[in-house]
Write a new protein. Sequence first.
Length: 201
Amino acid sequence: MNRGLTAILCFLLSGICPFIPADEASNVQFSGRYGGTCWNLFADNDRLYIGEGASVRILSLPAEGAPESLGVAPLPDTATAIHASGDFAVVTAGNSGLRTLNVADPASPLIAGACALTGFSQDLAVSGNYAFVAAGAGGLRVVNILDPAAPAEAGFFLLEGQNALGLDHASGLVFLAETGGLRIVDVSTPSAPAQRSFWAA
């Protein structure tokens, strides 16, 4: 999801109105709100997945009016990032690594599988059968999610004295934001991620 859109939605969902420049105000319409602290979110078709502390809340996305809460899945730690597609969602849960959720019935989302990871899992990108996780001092972790009931770590890339803070994935590359700058990692072979280049901040 676009980072700017994420920030605006988080502000609105927490009941805080962001500053909108006057020349852009005519392009913004308030559709509805849902209370509570929003750590992160992911929109998938007619559903919105919100990280609320140590849980993921699923909301409906009506054409008009306020979102409606459909269900909540508790987690062992803070839901730091979410990706959802179809009947499954992938969530990073801080010190508890990665969880897969069965969301086929949004009123009763269930934890389908778990994968312990080194470090503090704080951001997530999904491509095909793999989830790429920014895990703080644990660097980049690659998880095979082909079987949601048994996600398994497939590879990793450690950083030298730096923390992985956020990431995105495109065309076989992971763009990794870290405390020392930007690192581009080739993950075309998920079991053996390799540095492509580095830009120092």
